[in-house]
Design a protein. Sequence first.
Length: 97
Amino acid sequence: MMVEMMNTAITQQPDIYSALPDHVLSDYFRHAGDALAEEAMVLGAAIRHILIKGEHINNKNIILSLIQTLEVTDDIVHADVIRKTLEIVVGHTIDDI
């Protein structure tokens, strides 16, 4: 039942990945399918949060949003999903030199 609701939510949400300037990251999530369904929802929420605040969508702001969400999350399972999403975004972030 939960998976069906997540799949429905994913198909009903607009393509939030088009807002990502990092095409490799957006393609990674687009092609992951159901394997990263929960992480995709967390990333989508972070992107929407950034847009609502009127900030630019970039990996730094996504990372900060995910960390802020992680800090206030009491649900251990949801925290693991946020951490995995954070790991994916950090892994796709080029270091500033």
